[in-house]
Design a protein around this ligand. Structure first.
Ligand code: GUN
Length: 295
């Protein structure tokens, strides 16, 4: 068997287009486009690249972005004061504080300070609670994108055995909540899991989000499984050059799975597209306007 490649780039482009098409109606009603504030603290090179991409895609979708850059040694109180100001700014619909934050800043304190209705990352405990209890709210972007790819590849997820490898607040836990809401039978595996290979072998769906390069081996997979690889690990080859690999050994898995996301070009583009979707959703909800059907 050779797996079908799940084209995250194409899915993301289609989603960005749906968002872009819905922006003019919001702008006509409110006299402005939806606005996303992005806060970048310090000089983490990867964070700079992510933020640049997020800002560029926001413009592609016809929305406004406001970038706030703070120095690496900014006091926590200054960052919290900025978040309070953004919460109060009516022209700001979404607030994203890029993680990780420098050591002097308590990340949890900052995330809790964001107005849950502007929390386009879906990281606020109120939004985590809404997701866990089935209430409408803003849902983290990466797992939302994974679910869209899965629904497209599998159709109905009801009753499917789904394994989520990784228990982070950003991906693993919300992914498990979304799969549970979609009526899959969900297992969460993590660094203390005994017999990871045995769990993988039972899964119809594997979502790998642990940050360990090529941890999941092709020989562990159930033939015909659908594999979503959230990993983005830069490894150095024997000749000193580097390459990006996922948390799944792609070359092995592609021979066993029914469908698989490549790295790069799988989940990554969906994360930003879902951020734009969340920004539009937040803007509509704050304005008391109806949600866009089929977004
Ligand atoms: N750092 C890595 N991924 C993310 C993300 O999805 N949101 C934020 N705010 N920071 C990140």
């Amino acid at each position: 068997m050779t797996a079908t490649l799940i084209d995250g780039k194409a899915h993301a482009a289609a989603l960005v287009e749906r968002v872009r098409a819905a922006v003019p109606a919001f702008a006509a009603a409110r006299g402005r486009a939806p606005g996303l504030a992005v806060v970048l603290v310090g000089d983490n090179p990867a964070s700079h690249v992510y933020v640049k991409n997020k800002l560029a895609r926001t413009a592609t979708a016809g929305m406004r972005s406001i970038e706030h850059r703070l120095p690496a040694d900014v006091p926590e109180t200054d960052l919290l004061a900025l978040v309070v100001a953004l919460n109060a700014d009516d022209a700001v619909d979404g607030i994203l504080v890029q993680l990780p934050l420098p050591g002097q800043i308590d990340e949890a304190k900052v995330l809790v300070a964001i107005d849950p209705d502007k929390d386009v990352d879906g990281f606020h405990p109120v939004n985590a609670g809404r997701l866990a209890t089935g209430l409408p709210g803003l849902v983290p972007c990466t797992p939302t994108g994974c679910l869209m790819l899965l629904k497209d590849a599998c159709g109905d997820l009801s009753g499917a055995e789904a394994l989520v490898v990784g228990r982070s607040n950003i991906v693993g836990k919300p992914m498990a909540a979304l799969l549970t809401a979609a009526s899959a039978t969900v297992t969460i595996a993590h660094s203390r899991t005994r017999d990871l290979a045995g769990h993988v072998a039972r899964a119809d769906i594997v979502v790998a989000a642990v940050g360990v390069p090529e941890l999941v081996r092709g020989s562990w997979l159930k033939p015909g499984a659908v594999v979503i690889d959230v990993g983005m690990n830069r490894i150095t080859r024997d000749d000193g050059t580097t390459k990006l690999v996922g948390d799944v050994n792609f070359n092995e898995a592609v021979a066993v799975a029914r469908a698989i996301t490549p790295v790069p070009g799988g989940v990554g583009p969906m994360t930003i597209a879902c951020l734009l979707r969340n920004t539009l959703t937040a803007a509509l909800l704050r304005a008391g306007l109806p949600a866009v059907v089929g977004l």
